[in-house]
Design a protein around this ligand. Structure first.
Ligand code: AMP
Length: 210
């Protein structure tokens, strides 16, 4: 299964990706996580991406397309994968098509902007393993400590309110047109992502298994 998870920043793509990844035993590929890793390691690509990321803008298409091309060539992607955060523009989707990658399904997780703003402001992430939590809705067992690896949780710089506004604008302008792109080839499934995580998960798994 080759799956794309679409949705605004904070719609819950990462959480659903984790669940589907375990369910189908296929890897999740998150361009955001790959870029944050590159930044942590101080690579040239990471440093270049930082200014875009911190401002809530998209990293240039050619950079993320290169990242995805390299990642999808690895052995663990041969039985399928989940793309979380890619594509985010029409040229990125077209690049995926040109790579000869046939996507089975695109799940769009729909959440209203005001709910997103509330969710993202409470999001905390693990800088070591990338796991994501929320101060109200998905608390770790011990406050501010990652359940998976024990590192101290942090708030992402681009989860601050002004940057979130910019990221939502970018989403509506550049990423939302992908809904039509994939609806036109019959691949889009819309999932309501506004209620409890368990409800979204049920809908997502049903969409994957349909
Ligand atoms: P995310 O963790 O998916 O919210 O991504 C965090 C940031 O990484 C985004 O706000 C962008 O700056 C950058 N980024 C991640 N994926 C992409 C992409 N497909 N295209 C452009 N920029 C991206």
């Amino acid at each position: 299964m080759k799956l794309i998870l679409l949705g605004a920043p904070g719609a819950g793509k990462g959480t659903q990706a984790e669940i589907v990844s375990e369910h189908l035993n296929i890897p999740t590929i998150s361009t955001g996580n790959i870029i944050r890793e590159a930044l942590k390691s101080g690579t040239e690509m990471g440093l270049k991406a930082k200014e875009y990321m911190d401002a809530g803008k998209l990293v240039p298409d050619e950079v993320v397309i290169g990242i995805i091309r390299d990642r999808l060539a690895k052995d663990d992607c041969q039985n399928g994968f989940i793309l979380d955060g890619f594509p985010r523009t029409i040229p990125q989707a077209e690049a995926l098509d040109r790579m000869g990658i046939v996507i089975d399904r695109v799940i769009d997780i729909e959440v209203a902007d005001d709910v997103i703003a509330q969710r993202v402001s409470g999001r905390r992430v693990c800088p070591a393993c990338g796991a994501s939590y929320h101060v109200d809705f998905k608390k770790p067992a011990k406050e501010d400590v990652c359940d998976k690896c024990g590192d101290t949780l942090v708030q992402r710089k681009d989860d601050h309110p002004d940057t979130v506004k910019e990221r939502l604008q970018v989403y509506h302008d550049q990423t939302e047109p992908l809904k039509d792109y994939y609806a036109n080839c019959g691949k889009l499934v819309i999932v309501e992502g506004q209620e409890k995580v368990e409800d979204t998960t049920k809908l997502t798994l049903a969409a994957v298994e349909a």
